[in-house]
Design a protein around this ligand. Structure first.
Ligand code: UD1
Length: 361
């Protein structure tokens, strides 16, 4: 079969790496990079380190308002699809690249396969939630990471083509953590060996673009380093850096708060795996924290990864400073991957085999 895979943003490079490897064993894959993420440390470094084949097309779309960004992608992807005439289009996650890929394909009557289907935060103010709902409703194959995701689709009347595969990020994490343990020097570079420390990330539009929310989150980070005397490592997304500067927050940074560029995936995994706690508004990092057994504080009012909340490994605090600080009082727990809600690391294999038997679904 000829498959066009559409990626564009950092988490999609991570998700597509293990799937692409499996697909290429028996199918022809054409890789399209929309160019949504374009900084070297948000894109190129992931392709190199995750051994993702060079994209056949890079549409170079870059940043823009949601309408402009998605619209340009839609036109660019449509052109590729008309030329390549694939049997199926694969899309990943919930970004504007996901929606554009799915929409372009469905308008040309090409079946869409959605990896990470069925997630819902039930917050329609999030651009990602709109992208999830729209993509699921125009997909023919829906690969769900969890049982909850399957049930969410059922509630919306989607039962055909739905398949519970487990989470491809478990595949990626297991593979890359082994590499990181051998090769990553991040703990040494940041002088963290044998020390207790926290890791934090923020990039969600509702947190970065709001002066009030970004300021309270940033103040909470500063206070944590003072209360605990432990460093807090904060790899900063380009969107966040832009707003930290705009709101004048990057001018006085306390000693224990260590801002870095976005980190390569193995370094990020290494850093997270040894952290005391993780603070984040990223969906992927909430899940990685859970798999690694590190308690997570989620800087949002809701989450699409509800299972992580149910067993207390993850706490929702929004951007409330007091809630963020009091949520830090939980300990690490050991989670057996065997029993994990995200399954055990063979999702890519299952996806490839379902694609093979597409007709029977
Ligand atoms: C996007 C996804 C989000 C995903 C995140 C992962 C959407 C709606 N959002 O958010 O779901 O979790 O990627 O990182 O698709 N920028 C750069 N260099 C880059 C990329 C971005 O400087 O390489 C800056 C630009 O100023 C841009 C801003 O970051 O305007 C936001 O980028 P964008 O791709 O629109 O959204 P993300 O915040 O990255």
């Amino acid at each position: 079969m000829k498959i066009v895979s559409v990626v564009g943003a950092r988490p999609q490079f991570i998700k597509c790496a293990p799937v692409s490897k499996e697909l290429r064993k028996e199918h022809k894959e054409i890789l399209v990079h929309t160019g949504q993420h374009y900084d070297a440390n948000m894109s190129d470094v992931f392709f190199k380190q995750l051994n993702i084949p060079k994209p056949d097309y890079n549409l170079g779309i870059g940043s823009g308002s949601h309408g402009v960004q998605t619209g340009k992608m839609l036109a660019g992807i449509e052109e590729v699809l008309m030329k390549e005439e694939p049997d199926i289009v694969m899309v990943y996650g919930d970004t504007n690249s996901t929606l554009a890929g799915a929409l372009a394909a469905s308008k040309l009557n090409i079946p869409v396969a959605h990896v990470e289907a069925g997630l819902r935060s039930y917050d329609r103010t999030m651009p990602e939630e709109i992208n999830r709902v729209m993509t699921d409703h125009i997909s023919s194959l829906l690969f769900c990471p969890t049982k909850t995701a399957v049930e969410n689709l059922e509630k919306e009347g989607i039962t055909k083509g739905v398949c519970l595969t487990g989470d491809v990020m478990v595949d990626a994490l297991q593979h890359n953590l082994k590499i990181a343990e051998k090769e990553s020097t991040i703990l040494k570079d940041l002088k963290l060996e044998g020390k207790e420390y926290f890791v934090a990330t923020v990039h969600r539009q509702s947190n970065t673009d709001s002066r009030e929310n970004l300021t309270t989150i940033f103040n909470a980070f500063c206070e944590i380093t003072q209360i605990t005397s432990s460093p807090l490592i904060f790899p900063v997304h380009p969107r966040t850096l832009k707003y930290l500067k705009k709101f004048g927050l990057s001018e006085t940074i306390p000693e224990g708060l260590i801002l870095t560029d976005p980190l390569p995936y193995p370094d990020m995994l290494m850093l997270m795996s040894k952290a005391k706690k993780i603070l984040t508004d990223s969906g992927g990092i909430q899940k990685e924290a859970y798999i690694l057994g590190v308690p997570c504080v989620t800087l949002r009012e809701n989450t699409e990864w509800v299972e992580t909340i149910n067993n207390g490994m993850n706490v929702l605090t929004g951007s409330n400073k007091n809630k963020i600080i009091s949520a830090l009082k939980r300990n690490r727990v050991e989670i057996s991957l065997k029993d994990s809600i995200f399954k055990k690391g063979n999702a890519s294999l299952l996806i490839a085999s379902k694609i093979r038997s597409k007709e029977s679904i």
